[in-house]
Design a protein around this ligand. Sequence first.
Ligand code: ADP
Ligand code: ADP
Ligand code: ZN
Ligand code: ZN
Length: 751
Amino acid sequence: MSTEAIKVTGARENNLKNVSVAIPKNQLTVFTGVSGSGKSSLVFDTIAAEAQRQLNETFTSFVRNFLPDQGRPDMDAIENISAAVVIGQNRLGGNPRSTVGTITDIHPLLRLLFSRAGEPSGLPPSAFSFNNPAGMCPVCEGLGTIVELDLDAFVDRTKSLNQGALLHPDFSPDSWYWLSYVESGLFNSDTALADFTDHEWQQLLHGETPHKIRLSWQGNTLNVKYEGVADKFTRLYIKKEDMSERSRQVFQRFTRSAACTACDGTRLAPAVRATRIDGRHIADLTAMEAGHLATVLAEWDLPHVKPVLNDLMARLRHLVDIGLGYLSLDRETRTLSGGESQRIKIVRHLSSSLTGMMYVFDEPSVGLHARDVHRLKELLVKLRDKGNTVLVVEHDPDVMAIADHVVDMGPKAGTLGGEVVFEGTFADLADADTLTGRHLRHSLPLRAEPRQPTGTLTVRNASSHNLKDVTVDFPAGVLTVVTGVAGSGKSSLVNDEFLSRYPDAIVIDQSSVTGSRRSNTATYTGLLDTIRKLFAKANGVSASLFSANSKGACENCQGLGMLYTDLAFLETLKSVCEVCQGRRFSDDVLRHRLRGRSISDVLEMTATEAADFFTEPKLRQVLHALTEVGLDYLRLGQPLSTLSGGECQRLKLAADLHRVGSVYVLDEPTTGLHMSDTRRLLGIIERLVDQGNTVIVIEHNIDVIKSADWIIDLGPEGGSGGGRILFEGTPADLLKTEGSHTAEYLRRDLA
Ligand code: ADP
Ligand code: ADP
Ligand code: ZN
Ligand code: ZN
C-alpha cells in the first residue's frame, strides 16, 4: 500500500482557519463535524476544486478559453493530489429522454443484446434506442407521452359561450377567437355547454365549415375559416415549438400529458417492439424492476451473447447492491430523489476501471435505510480496493466505522469552526473530546411517554406508485415518523397521497428554498427589504439602488458577485467576479453607508454579527429565529444555492417557526446534519408539537425514530415488494414487531 498522503497546508476557504491535514492515499477517509464546520470547504472547495483546476491547466489554451478562470483555492500548498471525481447529491438532469437505463449505460447493452439475439433479426443496435429516429415511436417521438388539451381545465361546462365558458385567456369573451365561435351560427351562444347536443359539442371541439365566416372585429370585417377549439388549440399551442415563458405557464394550465396510445408509452417504433427475445421486447425489460430483470436475464440461455448478458447482469447487480433494485430502467432520472441520483452516479463509477483517482462523496447514505447502508459501505470499500483514494463527507456513524482515517472538523459551525479537531481512527474518535466523539458515546433513549393525539388525519385507499390500496390514520398534534427501506413508498404516501388531501400542510423538503442564484439568506427571510429601506433613509436615496437586480448592481456579474459557467457533464464552475471582487454592487452604491458599513459589508455579516449591528426589532426577530434553528453562522448574502439541503430546511423552518395548529411535513430533515444538529432539530420539532402543531417526518435517522410519538412503517421491501403498512403505533410497540427492517434496526440499536 502506498504511504503517500495528500498534504494540504494552510487552507483558508470560507471559514477554514489555516487548516493543514494529511490524507492517506489509496485509503478511505471520512470527514465529519457539525453542519457548517467546514467539511465542504475543505473537501470540495479546496481539495476537489484544486484537483479540477490543475486538470484544467493541462488543457490547451484554446480549451481553457472556454473554462472560467477558477482561481486557486485560498491555501498555501497542496501536494500529491490525483484527478477528482465528485459525486454529489445534485439531482440528475431534467431531460425526459434520460432514464435510469440510459444514464447507467445499461440500456446500450440491452440494445446490443436485442440486435444480436432478437427475433426476427436484422435491426442494428441503434434502432432499439428511443432517442434515435430509427427506433422512436413516430407519434410521440420517443417520449412515451403526448401533451394534449385538458378539456376540463379549458372549458367550464356550466357556462355558455357568452358567459365565458372557454377559460383560456386567448378565447375569453370579446377576443377574436371567441367571436369566431359565437358568430359561427353553429350553436346558441347563451346555452350552457353542458346542454349542447353531441353534435354541437363535436362541432365546438373539432368542427369545420365548408364556407368561411364573416366577422366584424375592432372595426374590420374579415372572412375566416371555422376551426374547432380543440383543433385550434392543438395547432396554435401544442404544435408550437417556441413560446414565451408566460405563454408556457398559461399553456401548462390547459394541457395534460397522457401516455402515447400509439406505442403504449414504450417510446418505441412498431418494428422495435416486434423484435423479441423469449417473447419479450426491449421495453418489457426496461419496465421491470432492476432486481427482477437480473433474475429474468439469469435464466436466458443465449451462448452467443454470453459476454453481453454477463456485463448486463453485473451492472444490474450494482444497482441492487446499492439499494436501487426497485427502480426500473425506464424510470426518468428527473423523477429521482437526491439520494437516488447520487447512488446512480456511484453505479456509473463502479463500472469504470479507472484507478489512481480521487473519489469524493457527499453524504452517500442519504435516503438509505440502515438495512442498506452496509451495501453502500461495501461499494465504497470496493472503490478503494481498486486503487483509488476515497473521501467521504458523512454523519452516519455506521459509515464512519469503515474509515481507514477520520477527520473531524469543528469545534462548532461557521466562524466558531473551521479547524480540524481530531484525526485518527474511528475507534479513537469514540474516545475523543469533540462534539462527534461525545455524541457517539451518548445515544438517545426511546421516548418514554408518547403524547396523546388530538385528532386523526386519514388517508384512505392510497394506491399511487407501489402503494397497495392502503388506509392510514395520521394522528394530529403529535410527532409521527414514517419509516421503511428506500422505495417502500414513504414519499408516495406522504408527498403524493397525504399532501393531495391536506394541501395546507407546510412542506419542508430539501428543494423548498432553492430559488434563483440571486436569492440569498437575506432575500429569503425578508431581511433585505428592511435593510434596503434603512440604507435608503440614511443616505436619502432610493431603496431599489440596494437591490442586486437593479441598476446599482455590478454590471459584469449582474449583482451575483460570482460568474457561473455551466459545463454539460461536470458540476457548474463558479468564479469570483473580477470587476466587483464579489461585492455585487457598483462603486457608487458601495459609497452609501449605514452606521459606517456598506450594503456589501452588511451582506457579508453572519446572522450573529448582524444581530449585534442592528437594533430594529423587525430584523432582530428574524435573526433570532435563524439562531434558534442553528443558522447563526450563515452570512446574510450567502446564496441559497451554496446552502446544503439541511441548511435549506432549517432556513425554511426559521421562517415558519411561530405558527400554531398547522401540519408540518418534513422529508428526511436530518440530511446534512451532524448528530448534534439532529438533536437541535429535534428540539425545534418538539417545540412545534408542543405549540399544537402536527409534525410528520420521513426519516431513517435512529434518533428521530426514537423520539417519535407514533411510527408508520412501510415495506417490507422497495418497489413492488413494498407499499404495505407493516406497523402503526408507538416506538415501544414497534420493538415487538416481527418482519419489519425498522424494528430490527431499533432492537439492535437499543441492545
Ligand atoms: P459543512 O460542509 O461542514 O457543513 P461548509 O464548509 O459548507 O460546512 O461551511 C463552512 C462555513 O462556510 C459555513 O459558515 C458556511 O456558511 C460558509 N460557506 C460555505 N460556502 C460558502 C460560500 N460559497 N460563500 C460564503 N460562505 C460559505
Ligand atoms: P420511498 O420514499 O420509501 O423511498 P417512494 O415512494 O419514493 O419510496 O417509491 C415507492 C415506489 O414508487 C418505488 O418503486 C419507486 O420506484 C416508485 N416511484 C416513486 N416515484 C415515482 C415516479 N415519479 N414515477 C414512477 N415511479 C415512482
Ligand atoms: Zn409513442
Ligand atoms: Zn461583479
